[in-house]
Design a protein around this ligand. Sequence first.
Ligand SMILES: [Zn+2]
Length: 128
Amino acid sequence: MPSWPSGNKRWGGRPAVVEENFRKQGRNIENRCYDNYLRGLEAEQTSGGALCPVCKTMAKIRVKNRARTIYTLSGGRKFRRHYHYCGSCEKDFYALDRKLELREKGEVSEALEKRLIDCASLRLGGFD
Ligand SMILES: [Zn+2]
């Protein structure tokens, strides 16, 4: 068993343990950043309504703070957004979902979906 320089002890000892600790710290930072991003977007939602994506008139909020969970490259992310209904064209929508470029239905982010497709294509030997 090799003896590791003493400097490694403050990072967690053996290089494999140090690497795992770095990965965990990176995940913690990523989680905090992502959650702060979503909390910021939630806070930016107004109580006055949102522009209808179809007819461009102001649509009222029908329900505030409905929860949604989306699975991303960094795990499941829960956030709350207002549900809008346009009285002019009868379109219902979530303005924050649209801002986040999420599909109306589904639980997977675009980036995670792309990664999953890439993995599946590698497993199947590509698209050639
Ligand atoms: Zn409309």
